[in-house]
Write a protein that binds this ligand. Sequence first.
Ligand SMILES: [Fe+2]
Length: 407
Amino acid sequence: MSERERPEGERSELENFSIVGETAIGWDAKTAPNETVDEEGRIVPSGGFGIHDPRAPSRRVYDDPEVVAMREEFRAKNGWKAIEICAPHELKRIARIFRRDGYVVVKDLLDTETLERFREGCTRVLRDILAIPGFEGRKYITETGRLPHRYSYGTASASRHMMHDPVWASMIDLPTTTPILTEIMGSPDYFVSGGGGDLALPGAIEMQHLHTDGIDMGANPDVRLDYARSVGLVDIPDHKAFADLDFRTQRLVIERTPPSMTINFVMTDLTWENGPIRQIPGTHATVASPPKPEDEPDWMRFAALVGAPAGSGVFRDHRAWHSGTPNLSKEIRCLPNLEFVPPWHDERHFMKSMPHDIWETLTPHGQQICRHIKQDSGVWPFGAGVMHPLAGGRKAAHKASKEAQRN
Ligand SMILES: [Fe+2]
């Protein structure tokens, strides 16, 4: 596959775009619908995170009749009738909805200045992701194992996270989010495991398949029971072990102790048209798999969080079924995130993605909750700072970074 010289028009698009408002980024007609690629950019069949959407229009063109028809259907049907939106101080309500639905939307998490900082970071890093021209006339390289025009700040980073970026790091301990996380987790002793987030360019016409971000294997049930009991998440007598509990109580313990969760921050108002995240309520406690794309009922297809305003965030239990939806607009949809694990989490699984120097800039609480992802002083987290849509490019950067530091 040959790389091409990027024409002047596209270069200036990339230099000047913003994630807020209309943009010429996206809508690349040369990138076929459902075209997914492997780690070197070779076209591969449906699979992994690139499960093909059987309903996708046949051309990636803004005013193609099939796209126009799809837009009309989404205008009429997309989004829950009215999503519940909490204010940051409504801690009890937030935790209740999170535990009931597996997610909750909270507005006003980011003040104007913080939102602007996050938008700048998202724009800057997206520019890096899109920097390499696509193969054979395409505008962009599709990310390995994903649907076209959809990228993840986390998986496109050669360190797998964005914790080396001062903007992402500065969101770790916000006056609005820390009390909410403490309420949901039951204590302030939770940890940050990383962060990144996802984005859909205009023209991401495929619906991502419903999935979970973490399957709960029911690990450490007694540790979870002890923790849930100690912080009041469940009311179960001290002498009872997990094995002594009836099925419903065991299930309650597992439900109340998500092994991991995320906050996705909303950079621009989520609309019926710009590819908001969709969430299926109550599925955080479901062990069955989500339906395949062809079997999805309409109420799941259109279960997007339409109406979540810029500056809000979606607190998500990773177990809940969710996905990105088609971005039929001319605006980029970014949902940068931070990922958290509860105090009872097994610390062996942390990736050291945060440079020591960044860690030193955090608040005392921020330092506390990031201590397991911090790299040692003088060691740069392997691969951090290199963004590449292809897994092959990221692997090479990770390896080079490791070798450079060994020598
Ligand atoms: Fe996901």
